[in-house]
Design a protein around this ligand. Structure first.
Ligand code: MN
Length: 404
């Protein structure tokens, strides 16, 4: 790998092989699109030849510009950071990430959430429907998903207020209204669409890189008591729509070439529109941690590589009816859970619906989230030449329910 003139030894996962994009606001200044290198950021408005593309307060213009421009900008940035002759001029423009506040990097158009981990779907099926089949009859034939609320996607670091709503435990006769008692996280991976598609024309799985720009970690906060009472027959609604957190940094798919792995085998075979001639999954290693009362504990390590449905199949399914993609569409994977108990991506599963609370060092028994808890999802991926990519983390702190 070519040497980079920025010293990234303290944050090797943000080396020149990564170059994630985001939007930062330094105190007293408007939000600026930036590229991150180490713990520094370069305002992209200063990138020669691309000033206009990054003049706005978001990455929207860059996303809609499409794959040729995405490649060109990445190539230009790689050259800039590896050409020693550029150090004097551009070194002076780099600013510490820590001194700025992250801003949601793009305007979220539509938000879709899938349900693509077989382990998660099986666990949830057993918990919510103990007397029925764990997987619904359609589960292995199509990637199940629902439309969420785009307008409440928030950037990492945004506090999340405990939602109120209707809830009715199975043993209760009638529902009551009040703050959720079973607030939870869902560890997920989100895909950010750049290039739109044409209404009426499906997008095949193999065209993913023509449309999807990059990846962000997502926390699909979930109020399990509200969800359990409302979800039949039309699926998740208010138990999910109060907030969805997304990482501040979008990792371009171009940085994740070395993280591509073969997806798990699918049985039964899927319909032709879901078949991908060259399928790939991403070997992202995720980590959920809980910070409560000054103690910070890793709760689980969900492996993304084992997801049953691939990002390409999700895209093909999302558009197979002719629904068009829009710039800024965000589709998330669904909760990532592995086969092992310590690989589960939600407290619903980790505490088995609250019946088997988790015992965490220095914290004690945990079933669901308390006010004041901070939840953080981190992730890494293999990069080129034995490097590692550190995905931008996604974090949020629970505020008490609004006073009534
Ligand atoms: Mn979800």
């Amino acid at each position: 790998m070519t040497a980079c003139w920025v010293d990234t030894t303290a944050r090797p996962g943000f080396g020149v092989h990564h170059l994630p994009y985001g939007v930062l606001a330094w105190p007293g200044e408007p939000p600026r699109p930036v590229v991150r290198i180490g713990d520094l950021a370069l305002p992209l408005q200063r990138l020669p030849g691309h000033e206009a593309l990054f003049a706005g307060p978001t990455l929207d213009a860059f996303l809609v510009a499409g794959p040729t421009v995405w490649e060109q900008v990445r190539r230009d940035l790689t050259e800039l950071f590896t050409d020693p002759a550029q150090q004097t001029r551009f070194g002076a423009l780099l600013r510490p990430v820590a001194e700025a506040a992250p801003v949601l990097a793009f305007t979220v158009a539509d938000y879709v959430d899938f349900y693509s981990s077989e382990h998660h779907a099986t666990n949830v099926g057993r918990i919510f429907r103990p007397d029925g089949d764990a997987l619904t009859p359609n589960w292995k034939h199509l990637p199940i998903g629902y439309h969420g609320r785009a307008g409440t996607v928030v950037v990492s670091g945004t506090d999340v207020r405990r939602p109120c709503g209707q809830r009715k435990a199975p043993q209760e006769q009638t529902p009551t209204y009040g703050p959720s008692r079973r607030l939870d996280v869902e560890v997920e991976v989100g895909f950010v669409v750049g290039m739109p598609s044409t209404l009426g024309t499906p997008v095949p799985a193999a065209a993913l890189t023509d449309h999807v720009f990059g990846v962000v970690l997502v926390n699909d906060w979930s109020a399990r008591d509200i969800q359990a009472w409302e979800y039949v027959p039309l699926g998740p609604f208010l138990g999910k729509s109060f907030a969805t957190s997304a990482a501040a940094w979008i990792t371009p798919l171009a940085a994740l070439a070395a993280a591509r792995v073969a997806p798990p085998a699918q049985d039964p075979p899927v319909l032709p529109y879901l078949q991908d001639p060259d399928p790939w999954a991403l070997d992202l290693r995720l980590e959920l941690s809980l910070q409560r009362g000054g103690t910070d504990v890793v709760v689980s390590r969900p492996p993304f590589a084992g997801m049953y449905w691939t990002p390409g199949q999700q895209l093909a399914h999302l558009t197979v009816n002719g629904a068009a993609l829009r710039t800024g569409d965000l589709y998330a994977s669904g909760t990532v859970s592995g086969s092992e108990p310590d690989q589960r991506g939600s407290f619903l599963e980790l505490s088995w619906g609250g019946t088997a609370p988790l015992e965490l060092d220095g914290i004690g028994e945990v079933s669901f989230l308390q006010d004041g808890d901070t939840l953080t999802i981190r992730g890494t991926a293999p990069g080129p030449d034995a490097t590692t990519i550190e995905l931008g983390d996604v974090s949020g702190t629970i505020l008490p329910a609004a006073p009534r």
